[in-house]
Design a protein around this ligand. Structure first.
Ligand code: SF4
Ligand code: SF4
Length: 384
């Protein structure tokens, strides 16, 4: 499956401090032209054919995709249906600019699901996180009235460590059946509230424990891509989320002007891998893309990975996350201490039964399928 992050615009006026896009890029009001969109669809079709991929998924990304009117997406949809038959579509949005005209679009073209980022310390309105949450929930309720399911995505900062149970309760109290955890990346830049790899492990441990407590208490708990993938990895050797991916070869990011990359988190910080107008063959032989594919498959792994009990499903995790002390980190990029925690948990019959019950929550198949779109299982990536 190819995942194409298509950015109709880089414009965004929400102003999150952890945003992977530099401010100057977010201020750019240009939008993708019909010509570039047609060429993008033909490019993805060619990539699908050459790689014998089972399908193509277009994820509208940005910037903030909802700064554009719904009409833009209906027209874009007609182009994609014609040039890329059989594709699927989703959208990652802050939801803040959501208007009634978008709600129908989400319900019809996007199948009644949308991914939306929410956070617990960085976004504020008049200095208040609660005010921001109130506005975000107003937009969630507007979408829910039309039967749309929101798959929330959280990028934990150092300020969220230790607040995992509170976060799970926050989502449960507001009826979220699923949310995802995205890694706070700092490729090509620096943020002082970005957790180190060990701190991110700590967060994942707290989250896992909170979810298992919820399972014990009620028999159901929100579906979280990273928690699920760690269980399937440890129990069945099947990765997902940030573990065991092939994003460097199976993902493309298309900027509004057609410039190409293969990861949304690094697209603004390195030279592009060409442009859709140059065609797929040029992209396939682009030396930066080839370097990244090799890095994911080989050079990102450190010597300790080859003797690690998780290596078959971890594959050293996200290739832009520094892997261990040789690269200035305090833990490996596969969050070994977190995986060790999951392994200990499932080593008892009760723990294994609870973890399996978490994986097999009945009646949530459709939700699960949609929730995993935003972590691109089993390609092991993200809707960062
Ligand atoms: S050492 Fe860490 S990065 Fe390497 S395979 Fe094991 S868990 Fe993954
Ligand atoms: S998993 Fe792949 S697509 Fe996601 S942040 Fe890492 S390199 Fe980028």
């Amino acid at each position: 499956m190819i995942t194409a992050y298509v950015k109709p615009t880089n414009r965004c006026n929400v102003g999150c401090t952890h945003c992977y896009l530099p401010e100057a890029v977010r201020a750019d009001k240009r939008r993708m032209s019909d010509d570039i969109l047609v060429t993008t669809a033909q490019f993805v079709a060619k990539m699908q054919e050459r790689g014998r991929h089972s399908g193509a998924h277009v994820l509208w990304h940005g910037g903030e995709p909802l700064v554009l009117p719904a009409e833009w997406y209906y027209r874009a949809g007609e182009i994609l249906d014609r040039e890329l038959p059989g594709h699927t579509e989703s959208m990652q949005t802050s939801l803040i600019p959501l208007r009634e005209e978008h709600v129908e679009l989400l319900a019809t073209r996007l199948g009644g699901f949308v991914g939306s980022s929410v956070d617990f310390s960085q976004r504020q309105i008049k200095g208040s996180v609660d005010e921001y949450h109130r506005l975000w929930m107003k937009k969630v309720d507007m979408a829910r009235k039309a039967g749309i399911e929101i798959i929330a995505g959280v990028v934990p900062t150092t300020r969220e460590i230790g607040r995992e149970a509170e976060m799970v309760k926050w989502f449960v109290d507001r009826d979220f059946g699923a949310f995802n955890i995205d890694r706070y990346n700092a490729y090509g830049t620096y943020f002082d509230d970005r957790p180190s790899n060990r701190q991110h492990s700590q967060f994942l441990i707290g989250l896992f424990d909170a979810l298992m407590d919820e399972m014990k208490r009620t028999g159901v708990a929100p579906l979280v891509g990273a928690s699920r993938a760690s269980i399937t990895g440890v129990l069945y050797g099947v990765g997902g989320d940030r573990w065991g991916g092939t994003c460097m070869s199976d993902f493309i990011v298309v900027e509004p002007d057609g410039a190409l990359n293969n990861c949304p988190d690094k697209a603004s910080f390195e030279e592009s891998f060409g442009n859709v107008v140059d065609g797929f063959d040029e992209f396939a032989k682009n030396r930066f893309r080839r370097k990244w594919i090799k890095h994911q498959a080989l050079t990102h792994k450190e010597s300790y990975c080859f003797s690690c009990e998780n290596q078959h499903f971890c594959q050293s995790g996200c290739p832009i996350t520094p892997n261990g002390s040789a690269h200035g980190e305090d833990e490996c990029s596969g969050y070994h201490s977190y995986l060790a925690h999951v392994r200990r948990f499932v080593s008892t019959p009760e723990g294994e039964a609870l973890a399996n019950a978490y994986l097999n929550q009945s009646g949530r198949a459709k939700l699960l399928e949609q929730a995993t779109v935003y972590v691109s299982e089993p390609s092991g990536a993200c809707a960062a």
